[in-house]
Design a protein around this ligand. Sequence first.
Ligand code: GLC
Length: 534
Amino acid sequence: MKDTLWYKNAIFYEISVRAFKDSNGDGHGDLQGLIEKLDYLQYLGVDCLWLMPIYPSPLRDDGYDIADYYNIDPIYGTLDDFRALLHQAHRRGIRIIMDLVLNHTSDQHPWFQAARADCHSPYRDYYVWSDTDQRYRQARIIFLDTETSNWTWDEQAGQYYWHRFYSSQPDLNFDNPHVQEEMLNVARFWLEMGIDGFRVDAVPYLFERENTSCENLPETHAYLKRLRKLVDEHYLDCLLLCEANQWPEEVRLYFGEGDEFHMGFHFPLMPRLFMALKKERFEDVRHILESTPPIPEICQWCTFLRNHDELTLEMVSEEERRWMWEQYAPDPCMKLNLGIRRRLAPLLDNDRRKIELAHSLLFTLPGAPIIYYGDEIGMGDNLDLPDRNGLRTPMQWEDSPTAGFTYGVPFAPFPRAPYAPQQVNVAAQIGDPHSLLNVLRNMIAVRKSHPAFGGHGMVWIETGNPAVAAYLRLHPEETLLVFNNLSGRPQAVRVPAEHGGRWIDLLSGQVLPLVSELLLPSHGYLWLKRVSEL
Ligand code: GLC
C-alpha cells in the first residue's frame, strides 16, 4: 500500500542545484553532481528534496523567472539527467519535489515575447495589461529594495504590465482559462515524469481584484483546489507544499478541508524562534503556536529556520521587526526588503550550542522540518554578493580551495573565515561523531522513528521558568516530553508530579529518572520517552 501521508513525519532538505555539486567543471552545480551526492543525503537521513527551479531561465531571479516550463536549463543537464536523478533518488528512498512557479514567467518566455509584440496575439491576454499604473493600488510591493511599482511600462506593447516581483517577472493572468489550463499541463508533465510533488511558489498572488490586497482571493483558492484535484485523481501520493508568507489564519485557508494543499510553510513561527533564542524566553513561540488554527489531520506544517530567501520579517509587528533588525542585522548590508539576508550559523553567532538548540526546537515542535543545504554543517554567508546570492554559495564538501564543489572555478566565492571551506566542510565533520553534522543526523534519525513528532498533538508544560520551553508531544502510540533551555545559563525547572518517573533520553539512549526538579545546562535540550512505554 502506498503511504500517502509520508510527508507528515518527513525530513525535507532544500537544494540549490547550482550550488550543490558541479560534475563537469563549468563551475555551476548540476544534476549529475547532485546524483553523486545522493549517498550523502541518504546518510544524513533526509526523506524529500526540494529543488529550487532548474528550468531554462535568464536567471534574473535565480531561476524563479522561467522561460520554458518543459525543460531543464542546460547548465544543470538534460531531461534524461533529471530522469536519472529521480531514479537514483527513489532507489535510495528519497523523494523529490520541484518548484512550481504559477504566478509569473520570465519576460523572456515566448508567451510574453508574443504578448508584448502584438496586441492581437492570443498570448496578449496571458498577462495583465493596463493603460494606467493606477489599478490595484492596494497591493503591496514585495521586493521593496528594487521595485517602486507593481506596474512596468512596456515600450513595445504600449501598455503597462503587472508584476508582484521583479519587473522581469510579468504575472500571468489567471482570469484567462487558457492560462489556468497551461499551468495544470505543466504540473501534469512533471508529475507524469515521476516527481513527488511541488513546492508551489508565491501562491497568494494568482488573481487581482480592485479594492483588495490582491492576496489570498477566493478565486485563487478555487484554482488551487483544481490543482489538488489533478494530484488526487492521478498522483495520489504526491505532495503540494504551499509558499504563502501570511498569518496563520490566512495560510490555514490554503489547507481547505484537506482538499487544497497537503502542507504549508509556517512563516510566522520562524522569526519567533529567533526572537525566543535572543530573548531567552519562549513566550513568543508559544503564543504564535497557540494562535495557529488547527489544520486537517492529513495536513502538515512545514517548519524551517532558514531558506534561500532573506529571513523574512513580514509576519511580525513593526516594533518586532525593528528589534529583529537591531539584534540580527547590526550591519545595514545585512538587511534586505523586509528581512535579513544571513545564514543560520552567522545569525546564531556560530555558537554550536545555539545551533543545536535551534534544531532541537525545529525537530520537536509541530510540523515537518526542512533544512536549507549547508546549514547542517554550519555554513556561513558571503555578504559581498548582492541580494540573496550571499546565502546561495557553493556547498562546502572538503577543505580544498574549491571545496570539492567543482574542479573548475566556482560560480560564486565562498564565505570568508571562520566559515571558509578550510573551517567548515562535510569531509571534516563526517568522520567526527561529535560534529554538528552527526549531532543533527542523530536528531533526524530519532525524530523519524517517533510518530508523535509527526502528529499534531502538543501540550505545553508549566515549569515556572520562562526560559525553558517544555512540552509533551502526544500520539496514540507514545508520549514524548521535550525540554529546551533557551538561556545561555543553566536553568532549573519544576517537573509536575505526573511527569515524574523513569524516562529514556532518546538522543543518548540513557535512562533519566525525573524528580520534582530538573537542571538543564546552558542551551541544553532533552527529548524523553517514558520507559514504561518502551
Ligand atoms: C518566492 C521565492 C523567491 C522568489 C519569489 C518570486 O518567494 O522563494 O526566491 O524570488 O518567489 O518567484
